[in-house]
Design a protein around this ligand. Structure first.
Ligand SMILES: [Zn+2]
Length: 491
């Protein structure tokens, strides 16, 4: 796709792309936003997680899920937002079969939080992306169209299990200027939400969803260009591809003197392009008004501080701490802090052995095994503690690195005690100069050619002799010591 990248670079040299992202993230609460139904609807039979409230039967009243409010505030604090003292819910009115009430309970002019930001590392550059607001609403049901798409469907069925699941909307400022920045922003945002435990970060299942607003601005122009909303992107890659395609489409129109229409477009992965879905509604079309069935919320400062105290160390802070505390490179630190689990695993390893050794094994052989087997270290037979025990044997000189690698592969799959195995199989490193000396003398005596080559200046011949010693000791010899002793003997 070199072609697209070149085209994009050329376009971005002529126009400034302005990208703002809206993320919808389902909250990991046990129950739904306004009723007691379970919010864990995935894999449940259709319409089994429903009740009179989320089915919108007459005469029922919603009750606010306190946990959802607290999770939203926790997220807002992680994004450095302000939390106003007063907030309320509003009705957003529109008709669609997946919304039985005929309106969505959302937040309009008094959201739970405002004015935050998220710093995103793109290449070597830190981009600060503003967060306009984080507010709370309810998810809709889902539609299934016989014949795949609505336009050609012969019938459609609705599943209201998702209807009323707590949904957080994170509205970003239009501070992003390339598809790559947009992708990095989303990856970082998802990481934060998963870190603080409010969202599972699953794009494929739609518990973390993203819409983008894109416009192009001509140099020297006042104000933004006409923005187009892009939907239907269900992977980070799709977001990047969809934005690339949309920027190229708009640039092409502007180059030909055409006008951009304000509309919503859907990304079609198979065609690699966006297609027009509908003209965009403005806020006035939804006729927002305060939700009369719910009281306004008073968010006390005590409550905010109590929630703030629950914030775990965030990925960025952890990454910086790992750099200074463990002497990791920026890259190493970002890899091992990818998830809370990984960071915890690394810290356990680093508490038992040198951090450099820990990070090398974690990012090397352990990552390789996790990839091949699909099982993380903490769930493997070896476990984190088992690996610490194994690495301690290496650090103490009890076994050498290649024996340790062999044991790692075996124990990862089957489990077992490294210390015991080393004893039982006699895998302990041979580092006794006397014992090694006898073996060395035999190897020297039976390999006169290699000995002559080495004495004649061929360094490589020493490797061949060392290989013979390793063979004789079944790989258990202390390589450093063998090297020294051989050099002594061959003078
Ligand atoms: Zn319900």
């Amino acid at each position: 796709m070199i072609q697209v990248e070149e085209q994009l670079d050329a376009v971005l040299a002529r126009y400034q792309a302005v990208i703002g992202l809206e993320v919808h993230a389902q909250l990991l609460t046990r129950s739904k936003m306004f009723c007691a139904c379970s919010a864990g609807y995935h894999d449940a039979p259709p319409n089994s997680h429903t009740c009179p409230v989320c089915l919108a039967l007459p005469g029922v009243l919603p009750v606010i899920n306190r946990q959802a409010v607290e999770y939203t505030i926790l997220t807002a604090l992680a994004l450095d937002c302000e939390i106003p003292e007063f907030s309320k819910f509003d009705r957003k009115n529109y008709f669609y079969p997946d919304l039985p009430k005929g309106y969505q309970i959302s937040q309009f002019d008094l959201p739970l939080s405002l004015n935050g930001h998220l710093d995103v590392l793109v290449g070597d550059e830190v981009v600060r992306a503003g967060i306009t607001r984080v507010h709370l609403e309810e998810d809709t049901g889902t539609m299934h169209h016989a014949g795949d798409v609505l336009q050609s469907a012969t019938s459609s069925v609705v599943n209201l299990n998702r209807c009323g699941v707590p949904l957080m909307e994170i509205v970003g400022e239009p501070d992003l200027h390339t598809p790559e920045q947009a992708r990095e922003y989303l990856q970082r945002l998802r990481q934060v939400l998963v870190y603080i435990g409010v969202n599972d970060g699953n794009l494929e299942r739609g518990s973390f969803r993203c819409d983008a607003n894109v416009s192009l601005q001509q140099p020297g122009a006042l104000g933004f260009g006409t923005k187009v909303e892009v939907k239907n992107m269900n992977s980070f890659r799709a977001v990047q591809k969809a934005l690339e395609s949309e920027i190229l489409r708009q640039a092409d129109m502007l180059d030909r003197g055409e006008r951009i229409v304000q509309e919503t477009r859907g990304w079609v992965e198979a065609h690699g392009t966006t297609i027009s879905q509908r003209s965009k509604e403005g806020a006035s079309d939804y006729k927002y008004f305060p939700e009369p069935d719910l009281p306004p919320m008073h968010i006390t400062r005590d409550m905010v501080e109590r929630i703030r105290a629950e914030l775990p160390e965030l990925p960025e802070a952890k990454r910086r701490r790992f750099e200074t505390q463990y002497g990791l490179s920026a890259y190493e630190a970002s890899v091992v802090t990818q998830t809370q689990d990984d960071a915890g695993t690394f810290e356990t390893l680093a508490s038992g052995v040198d951090a450099k050794i820990a990070v090398n094994w974690f990012m090397g052989d352990v990552a390789r095994l996790a990839n091949i087997t699909g099982v993380k270290l903490q769930d493997s037979g070896l476990g984190v503690k088992g690996l610490v025990a194994l690495l301690k044997l290496v650090a103490a000189g009890t076994i050498n690195g290649s024996i340790a690698k062999g044991l790692l592969d075996e124990l990862y799959a089957t489990g077992g005690d490294a210390v015991q195995l080393v004893q039982e199989r006699g895998l302990g490193q041979v580092s006794d100069a006397g014992e090694l000396g006898t073996i060395l003398d035999e190897v020297i005596a039976s390999n006169p050619n290699a000995v002559n080559d080495f004495r004649g200046g061929k360094e490589a011949a020493l490797q061949s002799l060392m290989g013979q010693v390793m063979k004789a000791t079944r790989g258990r010899a202390d390589a450093k010591l063998v090297n020294t002793l051989l050099r002594e003997r061959l003078g």
